[in-house]
Design a protein around this ligand. Structure first.
Ligand code: CAA
Length: 280
């Protein structure tokens, strides 16, 4: 396999394209919005530049990696890809439509991986005529730095598909961990209730965001406290994932904290909007 398709040039998509190109693969980076595509390519250049500054790459290796990324604005451009990683908007209908379209023209052996953080792989696989070749490949932000790839097997995913994705993750320098398809997989099933509970502690006046984050940084050696992390992930994403957990697993403990919902309603989405638990 030489060419990997990546769909979406946002934070996750551009990070995934970065690590694939850095590992020597040709990448076709597909993004429908031209400004978003340009922002994604600029982010990759900036992040490769950081790695050059830290002597993790030579400037020639960074230039070669950037040159291996071919930008594209339509899904049809992904026709030569034997492997596609989708990192589009976190909405089932959007992802299912992308998978159906790719399924109609990609080579029969091509694998479709989704970087979804919570949508059912089993349901996405069922939208295609190649359910055995559909799998979850969940990367973590910032993708060039975080080692984990959570590999999610749908009910229909074949062993050959799983083995190929595990091998690819290792080629990308990542640490793959296998999980089965269930709401929130493992990462968000455990992380999001922690963040949600921290929001309740703020709402109930138990402690300030700064105090809560300091407790986790200095007491539990987390690199960021849960509320800084929530701002980093995006408060809207946190609410969406809590709703997926509530729907998929049931029980009041998964309801998003009312304060978190109000902040999203106010447009306070965290770092990306300039305001969340902190101002940026
Ligand atoms: N590309 C390349 N390199 C990058 C980078 C990027 N986008 N961002 C940071 N780096 C590098 C820096 O150059 C630096 O390199 P050195 O170690 O060689 O100096 C290193 O990463 C650390 O960066 P900084 O010194 O700027 O800052 P930091 O020490 O605060 O680290 C961080 C930044 C890695 C983000 C760290 O704060 C951290 O680990 N935070 C927690 C991240 C986390 O939990 N991510 C998961 C979010 S959940 C998710 O993604 C999935 C979901 O489903 C919601």
């Amino acid at each position: 396999m030489q060419t990997i398709g990546v769909i979406g040039a946002g934070t996750m998509g551009n990070g995934i394209a970065h690590v694939c190109a850095r590992a020597g693969f040709d990448v076709i980076l597909c993004e429908v919005s031209q400004p978003a595509l340009e922002r994604g390519l600029a982010a990759i250049a900036g992040n490769l530049g950081r790695e050059v500054a830290k002597s993790k790459l030579t400037s020639q290796e960074a230039a070669d990696a950037q040159a291996r990324i071919l930008p594209a604005s339509s899904l049809e451009a992904l026709a030569p890809c034997e492997f596609v990683i989708e990192a589009a908007t976190e909405k089932f209908d959007v992802k299912a439509q992308i998978f159906r379209t790719l399924d109609s023209f990609l080579a029969p052996g091509a694998v479709l991986a989704s970087n979804t953080s919570s949508i059912s792989i089993t349901k996405l696989a069922a939208a295609t005529r190649r359910p055995m070749q559909v799998i979850g490949m969940h990367f973590f932000n910032p993708v060039p730095v975080m080692k984990l790839v959570e590999i999610i097997r749908g009910l229909q995913t074949s062993q050959a598909t799983f083995d190929a994705v595990k091998a690819l993750s290792e080629q990308l320098g990542k640490i793959p961990v296998e999980v089965n398809d269930a709401a929130g997989f493992v990462s968000n099933r455990v992380l999001m209730p922690l963040i949600n509970e921290a929001c309740y502690a703020v709402m109930e006046g138990v402690a300030t965001p700064e105090a809560i984050d300091t407790i986790f940084r200095e007491g539990m050696a987390h690199p960021m406290g849960p509320l800084t992390l929530a701002d980093f992930i995006g408060l809207d994403v946190c609410v969406d994932i809590m709703r997926v957990l509530a729907e998929g697993l049931g029980g009041a403990k998964y309801n998003p904290c009312p304060l978190l919902v109000r902040m999203v309603d106010a447009g306070w989405l965290g770092r990306k909007s300039g305001r969340g638990f902190y101002t940026y």
